[in-house]
Design a protein around this ligand. Structure first.
Ligand code: A3P
Length: 321
C-alpha cells in the first residue's frame, strides 16, 4: 500500500537500516519511539501490518503481556482451559507442543509478507497473543468487542527475566546488566516504558471489565486455583461444580505449572523459531519461574530506584507491586 511516510516512519526506516547493520556489528539493536512506546524497527513494521490488515472477531481472545511477564504460562493456561473438553489430559497437546506454539502472536518481528493469512485461517474461537501496548493495537479490537487477558508482573522480576532472555537471544550480543537497567529505568525497552504498558491495559480493564481481565503473575503464583477459575470464567468456559469436585482445576494448574512444563522434553530440549525470526532453545522461555528472583541480581539501591519510579508513574491508579 503506497502512502507517504511520516517523519516518524522515516526515523523508523533509518532505524531499520541501522538495525540490520547493527546485527552485523554486534551492537544493541536501536529502538524507535512511536506513540510514546519504544519498538524495534522490525516490530514497528509488523505492528503497522497488524493495524492495517488484522481483522479481529468479536469472539477473539487476545492474551496481552509486556515481554517476560508470563506469556508462556498464560498461553498454556488459556489453551488448556478453552480446549479441555477436546483433550484428555493423558494425551494433551501441551505434553508434546511448546506453549508458545499453541497461541500465535499477532505481531512477529519477521512478519512482512502475507502476514496475517494464517491467523485468518484459524477457526473461531481464536486465542491470539500480543506484546503490543494497548494504544498500538488496532482500534477495531475494541470496536468489535474482542476480549483481552492481560498479565503483569513485578517490574524488578520482569527486568531480570528480560536481561537473561536478551542475553540468550544472540551469542554475539551481551548486554551489561547496569546499562540494561539504566535503559529500563528510563523507560527504554521493547514495548516500554513498562509502566505505561501496564497502565494502559489497567485503565482499560477498569473501564471495560467484561472485556479486559487484568491478572498479576504474583497472584497467579500464590493462589493458582483461584486465578485459574477467574480466568476460565472470563474466557466463557467456567469450571462446572462436577469438574471442580473431580479435581479438573487442579489438573489444569498442574499441567501448566513451571515444574511440569519444564519436565517435558519439548520444553527442555531442541531449538525452534517459536516467536518469528529468532530461533531459540525451547528452554529459553523457562528459567526460574519464581517471585522475587530479582534479589539475586539487583542491589537494594537498584530495587529501590525502580520501585520508586514505578510507584510514581502508577500513582493514584490503584495498581501496586
Ligand atoms: P523468569 O526468567 O523469572 O524465570 P514470558 O513467557 O512472558 O517470556 O515470561 C518468561 C518468564 O515466565 C520466565 O521468568 C519464565 O521462567 C516464567 N515462566 C514460564 N513458564 C512459567 C510457568 N508455567 N509458571 C510460572 N512461570 C513461568
Amino acid at each position: 500500500k503506497a502512502r507517504c511516510r511520516t517523519a516518524e516512519e522515516e526515523d523508523v526506516k533509518k532505524g531499520l537500516m541501522q538495525e540490520e547493520g547493527s546485527l552485523l556489528s554486534s551492537e544493541m539493536p536501536p529502538l524507535v519511539q512511536h506513540q510514546n512506546f519504544w519498538v524495534s524497527p522490525k516490530l514497528f513494521k509488523s505492528m503497522q501490518l497488524v493495524q492495517e490488515e488484522f481483522v479481529p472477531r468479536a469472539d477473539d481472545i487476545i492474551l496481552a503481556t509486556y515481554p517476560k511477564c508470563g506469556t508462556t504460562w498464560l498461553k498454556a493456561l488459556a489453551f488448556a482451559i478453552t480446549n479441555r473438553s477436546r483433550h484428555m489430559l493423558a494425551h494433551h497437546p501441551l505434553l508434546t507442543r511448546h506453549p508458545q506454539d499453541t497461541v500465535p502472536f499477532l505481531e512477529l518481528p519477521n512478519r512482512r509478507i502475507q502476514p496475517l493469512a494464517e491467523l485468518e485461517a484459524i477457526s473461531s474461537l481464536r486465542l491470539l497473543a500480543t506484546h503490543l501496548p494497548f494504544p498500538l493495537l488496532p482500534a477495531s479490537v475494541t470496536a468489535v468487542g474482542s476480549r483481552v487477558v492481560y498479565m503483569c508482573r513485578d517490574p524488578k522480576d520482569v527486568f531480570v527475566s528480560k536481561w537473561h532472555f536478551e542475553n540468550r537471544m544472540s551469542e554475539k550480543l551481551f548486554i551489561e546488566l547496569g546499562l540494561s537497567f539504566h535503559l529500563f529505568c528510563e523507560g527504554i525497552s521493547v514495548c516500554g516504558p513498562i509502566w505505561n504498558h501496564y497502565l494502559e491495559y489497567w485503565n482499560e480493564s477498569k473501564a471495560r471489565p467484561d472485556k479486559v481481565l487484568f491478572l498479576k503473575y504474583e497472584e497467579m503464583m500464590s493462589d493458582p486455583v483461584k486465578q485459574v477459575k477467574r480466568l476460565a470464567e472470563f474466557l466463557g468456559a467456567p469450571f462446572t461444580d462436577t469438574e471442580e469436585r473431580s479435581g479438573v482445576v487442579d489438573e489444569v494448574v498442574k499441567l501448566c505449572s513451571f515444574e511440569h512444563l519444564t519436565s517435558l522434553k519439548v520444553n527442555s530440549t531442541g531449538v525452534a523459531d517459536l516467536i518469528g525470526g529468532f530461533p531459540m532453545e525451547n528452554s529459553t522461555y523457562f528459567r526460574r519461574g519464581k517471585v522475587g528472583d530479582w534479589e539475586n541480581h539487583l542491589s537494594a539501591e537498584m530495587a529501590q530506584q525502580l520501585d520508586s519510579i514505578v510507584e510514581e508513574k502508577l500513582k493514584g491508579c490503584g495498581l501496586t507491586f
